[in-house]
Design a protein around this ligand. Structure first.
Ligand code: ZN
Length: 257
C-alpha cells in the first residue's frame, strides 16, 4: 500500500472493515510512514469526537428493507468455500458483484432520502466536524497577519483558498491549520471576535459533484450550543462556528458588503 491507498482506506480501516491481509498491509505502512501515522491519529481523533457529539440519525424501516432486498438480489462476491474463509470482505477492493450491490444500496438511499450523496449532506458533515474541531481547539500551524496566513495556505493547500473574512474592528484573523473533513483536505481558520474564538472550516466540493460550483445562501443552525453558519461560495463549503450570535452577525455583514 502507498500513501494514496492509506488515504482511500482510512475510514474502512477505522470502521474495522478491512480484511485481515489488507489490515496488515495498512498497519505496516502506517507504522513506517510518519505522514500516514499522523493522518491516522488525526482522523481517528476527529471520528471519536464526531461520534461522541453527533446524534445518530436513524434510517427509516422502509430503507432498511430496501437495502436488504437489494443485497439479496446482488450476485455472491465469492464462491461459498472462499467466503467461509474470508468473512470480512474488503470493502475497498470489491469485485463487480459487490459494486452492483453497493450501487443498489446507494440507489435505495437516494430513493429514501430524495437527495444524492454529496449534495446537502456535504454541508451537514462539514457543519458537524467544524463544531468538533472548534471544541477541540487544535493548535494553529500558522499564526500572524492575514498575509502570512495566505502565503502559508497557498504553499500548502491543494485548492484555491479564500480568506473567509477581512479583518475589521470586530474581527481579526489569528491563525490557520490544515485539517481533513470526510477524507478531504480542509482548512481551519481561527478568528478573534472581540476576545472570543471563532472557527471557520473550508472544504472544496469534489469536482465530480453536481453542485461543484454552486453558491448557496447562508444557512443558520444551532449545534451543541454553538451557532453555526454554513454556506457555499465558488465551490467551497464554509462552516462558521462560534459563541453567541457572532457567526451570524459576521456572515450577514460580509454578505451585505
Ligand atoms: Zn504514507
Amino acid at each position: 500500500m502507498n500513501c494514496d491507498d492509506i488515504n482511500n482506506a482510512i475510514y474502512v480501516y477505522l470502521d474495522g472493515e478491512l480484511a485481515a491481509p489488507e489490515e496488515g498491509d495498512f498497519e505496516g505502512h502506517v507504522s513506517a510512514c510518519r505522514r500516514c501515522s499522523r493522518l491516522l491519529a488525526q482522523e481517528s481523533g476527529m471520528l471519536t469526537a464526531v461520534r461522541a457529539n453527533a446524534p445518530q440519525p436513524k434510517a427509516p424501516e422502509s430503507l432498511r428493507l430496501r437495502v436488504l432486498a437489494a443485497l439479496d438480489e446482488a450476485p455472491a462476491p465469492l464462491p461459498a468455500e472462499a467466503r467461509a474463509q474470508a468473512p470480512r470482505t474488503s470493502a475497498w477492493l470489491v469485485g463487480a458483484g459487490w459494486i452492483g450491490a453497493i450501487a443498489a444500496v446507494v440507489i435505495a438511499m437516494v430513493l429514501a432520502f430524495g437527495k444524492p450523496a454529496g449534495g446537502e449532506t456535504d454541508e451537514r458533515r462539514v457543519l458537524v466536524e467544524s463544531v468538533a474541531a472548534h471544541r477541540e481547539n487544535l493548535p494553529m500551524e500558522v499564526r500572524g497577519s492575514e498575509q502570512q496566513v495566505r502565503q502559508y495556505l497557498q504553499e500548502n493547500v491543494p485548492f484555491p483558498v479564500e480568506i473567509p473574512f477581512d479583518d475589521s474592528q470586530a474581527i481579526r484573523l489569528t491563525g490557520a491549520r490544515l485539517t481533513r473533513v470526510g477524507g478531504r483536505e480542509a482548512v481551519l481558520f481561527n478568528y478573534d471576535v472581540q476576545g472570543e474564538r471563532m472557527t471557520v472550516v473550508q472544504v472544496a466540493t469534489p469536482p465530480e459533484a453536481e453542485a461543484a460550483d454552486a453558491e448557496t445562501e447562508p444557512s443558520f443552525s444551532n449545534h451543541q450550543g454553538f451557532e453555526v453558519v454554513t454556506f457555499r461560495k465558488r465551490g467551497i463549503i464554509n462552516s462558521v462556528v462560534g459563541q453567541g450570535q457572532s457567526p451570524g452577525k459576521i456572515v450577514r455583514a460580509s454578505y451585505a458588503q
